[in-house]
Design a binder for this molecule. Sequence first.
Ligand code: ZN
Length: 111
Amino acid sequence: MTAPAAVLTIAAEDEDGEEDCPGLSPHPAVPRPDRTKLWWIEHSLGRGRVVAHTCACQMTSYELVRCGGVYQFCRHALARRDVPPVSWTAYWWRREEAYEWWRRLLAGQAR
Ligand SMILES: [Zn+2]
């Protein structure tokens, strides 16, 4: 009979001020000064499937999208003068390369 209490305790601990954060997806690290600058364009390779994504609570969120046998990133941002609301990496990668770039993006080494 103690299980419900334990669940409530965990839920309460998760509330650390970020009310809109579902807490399920990673938050990318702050970009490092020496990061690789990715080239973002306003069109995609075509319809793809999102295989990984960052947390939607952030002002800018990223998706790793698979389209056929290749991958590219999709970025959703609050529209600013220099950033369109949705953009895509101009590059596409094979699976291994794509996951390596995804890791760098999350680590703040590429953005
Ligand atoms: Zn979040």
